[in-house]
Design a protein around this ligand. Structure first.
Ligand SMILES: Nc1ncnc2c1ncn2[C@@H]1O[C@H](COP(=O)(O)OP(=O)(O)OP(=O)(O)O)[C@@H](O)[C@H]1O
Ligand SMILES: [Mg+2]
Length: 256
C-alpha cells in the first residue's frame, strides 16, 4: 500500500497527553508547503474534526471511495466521526467490525498524492493501535507524546518499544505540558516536572524532538476548532519548531 511518500504515526502510552493536539498542529504547519493528509485513527475518541471545527461534516464518498474532508489549512481529514450520526453517539462495535472499519479508513481513502500522511492513533498499546499499525504497514516515524511525570513516562516507554516492535523506522519523543506558563505574570510552573521525556528518550535510544509548554491558548484553539499553530501566539512558534524537526526526522538522515 503506498498512500504517501512518508507516513508518521502519533501515539502515546497514556490517554489525554496531547496526541491529537500534536498531530493536528504538526500536520497543519507542514501543510503550508507540503501535501499533507491527516487520518484520525481513534475510533472511540475521534477528536480531530472538532479541532478543525469540521465535526458536522459527513464522509464524502466518490465511486465507492472515501474522500478526505477539506479544511481551510490545505489538508484533508479522514475520521470515523464523519460516519457517525452525531457527536454524542459512541461507536459500540466489537473486534471484527472495528477491524473492518480500521481497514476501510486505511485502505479505502482516495488521498491523492501526498508527501506526508499523519496518523493520530488511539491511546495506549492495545488491540486497536496494534491493528492500525499493522494495516498501516511501512511507517517512517512515530512520535510518542508524553507528559513529564513518571506515571506517564512509564507507559510512554511501552509506546516507544511498541513502535519498534511493529517495525516503525524511527521513533521520536515529544514532551508535552512540560511547564505551565502563568497567563498573568508569565512565570513558568513545572506542574508535571520537566525533562523526564528527554531523559527517557536518551535511555531508550529514541530521538528527543522537543518540549511543549502548557498554554491556555492551545486549549482555547482546540475547543474553538482553529489549530493553535494557525493563530498568533507563543504556541504557534512552539508547534512550528516541532513541525520542522518532525519533518526532518520523518525523512531520515539521508534525505533530511
Ligand atoms: N501543550 C498544551 N497546552 C495546553 N493544553 C493542551 C496542550 N496539549 C494538549 N492540551 C489539551 O489537553 C487536552 C487533551 O489533548 P488531546 O486531545 O490532544 O490529547 P490526546 O492524547 O489526543 O487524548 P486521547 O488519548 O483522548 O486521544 C485537550 O483539551 C488539549 O487542548
Ligand atoms: Mg486524541
Amino acid at each position: 500500500m503506498k498512500r504517501a511518500k512518508h507516513v508518521l504515526m502519533v501515539l502515546s502510552g497514556k490517554g489525554g497527553v496531547g496526541k491529537t493536539t500534536v498531530a493536528v498542529n504538526v500536520a497543519c504547519a507542514l501543510a503550508k508547503g507540503l501535501r499533507v493528509g491527516l487520518l484520525d485513527a481513534d475510533l472511540h475518541g475521534p477528536n480531530v474534526p472538532k479541532m478543525f471545527g469540521i465535526e458536522r461534516a459527513t464522509m464524502p464518498v466518490k465511486d465507492g471511495r472515501i474522500l478526505p474532508v477539506p479544511t481551510p489549512y490545505n489538508l484533508g481529514v479522514v475520521s470515523i466521526a464523519f460516519g457517525l450520526p452525531d457527536a454524542d453517539t459512541p461507536l459500540i462495535w466489537r473486534g471484527p467490525l472495528k477491524m473492518k472499519a480500521i481497514r476501510q479508513l486505511l485502505e479505502e481513502v482516495e488521498w491523492g498524492k501526498l508527501d506526508l500522511l499523519v496518523v493520530d492513533l488511539p491511546p495506549g498499546t492495545g488491540d486497536e493501535p496494534l491493528s492500525m499499525a499493522q494495516v498501516l504497514g511501512e511507517v517512517d516515524a512515530a512520535l510518542v507524546v508524553t507528559t513529564p511525570q513518571q506515571m506517564a513516562l512509564l507507559d510512554a516507554r511501552k509506546a516507544v518499544n511498541f513502535s519498534r516492535r511493529v517495525g516503525v523506522k524511527r521513533v521520536g519523543v515529544v514532551e508535552n505540558m512540560a511547564s505551565l506558563v502563568c497567563p498573568h505574570c508569565g512565570a513558568e510552573i513545572d506542574l508535571f516536572g520537566v525533562g523526564g521525556g528527554e531523559e527517557m528518550a536518551r535511555e531508550l535510544g529514541a530521538e528527543f524532538l522537543g518540549r511543549l509548554p502548557m498554554l491556555t491558548e492551545v486549549v482555547q484553539a482546540g475547543d474553538a476548532g482553529r489549530p493553535a499553530v494557525a493563530g498568533d501566539s507563543r504556541a504557534r512558534e512552539a508547534f512550528l519548531d516541532l513541525a520542522l524537526r518532525t519533518w526532518d526526522f520523518v525523512r531520515g538522515p539521508a534525505e533530511g
